[in-house]
Design a protein around this ligand. Structure first.
Ligand SMILES: [Zn+2]
Length: 80
């Protein structure tokens, strides 16, 4: 196994290539997590404050997910 890792490709050992690829993948994961964290904050700003006409629940729902979080009714009244 270690012999395969020491084999050279384009002047680099397979071990070095694996380390670089691993670093790139980890970098992409970190960038995506940071991007989704900022994206998540934007989504909450689209939350609409509503009151459920069915069960009286008050809270905020997404712009494209207008359903009561308690009873799943779509009879919601915007409260501003
Ligand atoms: Zn409800």
């Amino acid at each position: 196994m270690s012999e395969i890792l020491q084999q050279e490709f384009f002047g680099y050992t397979l071990l070095q290539i694996i380390i670089v690829l691993g670093a790139v993948v980890v970098g992409f994961i970190i960038i995506q997590k940071i991007a989704s964290a900022f994206g998540g904050k934007k989504e909450t700003s689209f939350g609409i404050k509503v009151k459920c006409l069915n069960c009286g629940w008050v809270g905020s729902v997404g712009k494209y997910d207008r359903r009561c979080r308690r009873c799943s009714s779509d009879s919601l009244e915007e409260t501003g």
